[in-house]
Design a binder for this molecule. Structure first.
Ligand SMILES: [Zn+2]
Length: 283
């Protein structure tokens, strides 16, 4: 278990989902809890040995890989869980994430640990005022960024590290316009260091440009294939990007549809119904 000091009282535990920690008189606030109880159990024991107790948890958003350790901490007696209003609903009612991804009651194959964590019973929406809360809507319905008193910005999935962009170029998000806008806002913010899903980002401008280019590439692919049936466009993306399972097919359909919404709202694409299928035309 490695606890890396970022600055002052702000630390991170590197891992598949970076877990943040802010220390205040041997009491810790944890920022996101990882995908399941394995990582957070080790962190809990490590801190215990050092005489540090976990006082509170802030979840940047409700995705399973950011709240998966909540239930373990709740069982260990942690009482203060915080997130934004909409995300806290999804953290308390975790069956709704696979449901909104699928678009209806979700089949069993969607109820895996990547899409559905254990529920957290109590989640508050008024965050401790030692943290500055930044609205990062776009990746999810109401994701928040957290700026600690050491000027360290935790921005969760507001953008992805380069290797993730290469692997998953559709970049999961639900609101393309805000997803792009928030990346620009982050570039104009003042902070000492920025931590995203994969850890400390040393060159935010370059990484954000890689993210924006990935979206532009998908947009160009869609526009170049028009006019076309929506299902045909998505099928060819699905084959290009090598989705391995039905749940990945549905998961990636969310950013795909978000991009279509973005194009429709910007008068680039027109939806119609032809032969029982959605047909997309250039405007
Ligand atoms: Zn996420």
């Amino acid at each position: 278990m490695e606890m890396l000091k970022v600055s002052g009282n702000t630390y991170i535990f590197p891992g598949p989902t970076t877990i943040g920690l802010y220390l205040n008189d041997n009491k810790a606030t944890i920022i996101d809890t990882g995908i399941d109880e394995n990582g957070i159990r080790k962190i809990f024991n490590y801190l215990n040995e050092k005489g540090i107790s976990i006082n509170s948890v802030i979840n940047t958003h409700s995705h399973a890989d950011h709240i998966g350790g909540n239930a373990y901490l709740e069982k260990k007696g942690v009482e203060n869980f915080y997130s934004s209003e909409i995300e806290s609903f999804f953290i308390r009612n975790t069956e709704f994430l696979p449901q909104y991804i699928f678009g209806s009651k979700a089949p069993k194959f969607m109820q895996n640990k990547f899409l559905m964590a254990e529920r957290t019973k109590n989640v508050k929406t008024m965050l401790p005022d030692i943290f500055k809360v930044i609205d990062l809507t776009g990746h999810s319905w109401q994701m928040i960024g957290i700026l600690t008193e050491d000027d360290i910005l935790f921005c969760a999935d507001a953008f992805y590290s380069e290797n993730i962009v290469l692997k998953h170029p559709l970049l999961f998000h639900i609101d393309t316009e805000n997803f792009l806008k928030k990346m620009d806002e982050i570039l104009n913010m003042n902070y000492k260091k920025i931590i995203s899903h994969g850890g400390i980002i040393n060159d935010a401008e370059r990484t954000i440009n890689i993210n924006k280019n990935a979206i532009v590439n998908i947009i160009n692919k869609i526009i170049d294939s028009l006019p076309n049936y929506m299902d045909s466009i998505y099928s060819s993306l699905s084959m290009d990007l090598n989705f391995n399972s039905p749940w990945e097919f549905y998961l990636n359909m969310v950013p795909f549809k978000s991009i279509l919404t973005y194009l429709e709202r910007n008068n680039k694409v027109k939806f119609s119904l032809r032969e029982g299928k959605i047909y997309l035309d250039k405007i």
